[in-house]
Ligand binder design. Structure first.
Ligand code: NDP
Length: 369
């Protein structure tokens, strides 16, 4: 790629700053005023519980409707994101750095003793900035961690929709683009339908809010998970009917395992007596579910997610490794995360965890890993 062309396109214009400002202000206001189920988060170590208003689906639908109508009236261009991808990426990066510097400074000066806001300071500036200082920092009573992950997931869909509009405009629309768009849109909509499940995930309950998480949510998710879409704008792929059928199959099985496993854990945490696949659950030490998907492997949900990630890339064929960036990254991330999660669980559950390991020996893929 020509650096003389690449570098200028990385400099954010005022328009890309307006796009980001509009987006974040909309999300902040919509998150506060739109109705939605209020969910109590997990019980923190000091006994407190945060509340999350799960109105992401409403906020997303309304935003897409507003943007669709505005595009129809000629008020905004549906190509604004696709045409300014690199600028938006660099503007988002600058935002991540600024936000996390503010989080670092305010976190360090916090004297709060509660689990959410207590500062965790190692003394190493880079470490504390990267991993964060506080567990659940807030701004104007908005839970920033929940807000950023929502912004990232919605941003991914908005980027994809703009790429779709671009492919219609330049005539590069293909079966591959349609498949990629449908799979991702279903995944993202499903995420918001089940937004409450997010409140018990590792990121929300265990990770502090530092550059790693903010960058991951705001930049990594929307801009790298959409690489396949960008790639399809410039590359033509001919898919055979069996390839399309196989691709749909990988998506459906992946979805079933991913959603099924996350749902089983969620309902088990709410009521450990709820039947799993029509039978009373197998429970270890009264705390851990060892039947259903959680009796097949200790992280079947990761397996489902990996299959889904693969299904987003398969529409691009196998001529280039570039569209496989997301499943490869996710494989590395989830193996690393699974190891860290196991360490945390071993420490938390002690002999109960050892018993669970004995009952369910596989980590992610039965008989393989
Ligand atoms: P999990 O939802 O698997 O949560 C792990 C926690 O669940 C453990 O710390 C423990 O918490 C509890 N737990 C573990 N085993 C059991 C059991 N047998 N019975 C009951 N509780 C158990 O992990 P994540 O939060 O990492 O992932 C959530 C979803 O998000 C996954 O589907 C994952 O694929 C997806 N994800 C996607 C990413 C992406 O980039 N696309 C990135 C990261 C995650 P406790 O102490 O509360 O019991």
């Amino acid at each position: 790629m020509d650096l003389g062309v690449l570098l200028p396109s990385l400099i954010p214009s005022s328009q890309s700053v307006y796009v980001l400002v509009f987006y974040f202000v909309y999300l902040a206001v919509a998150g506060e005023i739109l109705p939605g189920k209020v969910i109590r988060g997990v019980v923190l170590s000091d006994g407190s519980q945060l509340r999350y208003r799960c109105n992401g689906l409403f906020a997303l639908t309304l935003l897409v409707a507003i943007l669709g109508i505005s595009a129809k009236l000629g008020l905004v261009s549906p190509l604004v994101v696709a045409d300014r991808g690199l600028e938006l990426l660099s503007a988002t990066f600058i935002l991540c750095v600024l936000v996390t510097l503010v989080l670092y400074i305010t976190g360090r000066s916090s004297s709060d003793k509660g689990s959410s806001l207590k500062p965790h300071v190692s003394g190493n500036l880079v470490h504390d900035w990267w991993f964060g200082i506080q567990l659940n920092p807030q701004f104007l009573s908005i839970d920033l961690k929940f807000f950023f992950v929502r912004a990232g997931m919605m941003g991914w869909l908005l980027i994809n929709l703009s790429i779709l509009a671009k492919s219609v405009q330049d005539g590069s629309m293909s079966q591959s683009m349609i498949l990629y768009q449908i799979f991702c849109a279903l995944y993202i909509l499903d995420y918001f339908v089940h937004e409450e499940y997010m409140t018990s995930t590792w990121d929300i309950i265990a990770e502090r809010l530092g550059f790693m998480l903010v960058f991951g949510d705001l930049l990594w998710i929307p801009f790298t998970f959409s690489i396949q879409g960008w790639w399809l704008l410039h590359n033509k792929v001919e898919l055979t009917v069996p390839a399309i059928v196989a691709n749909c199959f990988v998506f459906l099985i992946g979805y079933m395992v991913f959603r099924g496993a996350n749902k089983q854990k969620h309902i088990f945490k709410k009521n450990p007596k709820t039947p799993i696949w029509g039978k009373p659950p197998v429970v270890v030490g009264g705390k851990l579910l060892a039947s259903g998907y959680w009796g097949i492997a200790r992280h079947c949900n990761y397996l489902g997610d990996l299959m889904l990630a693969l299904s987003f890339s398969l529409p691009c064929g196998i001529s280039s490794p570039v569209p496989y960036f997301y499943p490869i990254y996710l494989l590395i991330l989830l193996i690393w995360r699974e190891r860290r999660d196991e360490e945390r669980c071993a420490e938390k559950y002690k002999e109960i965890w050892a018993e669970y390991l004995r009952l369910v020996p596989y980590r992610i893929l039965p008989y393989v890993y």
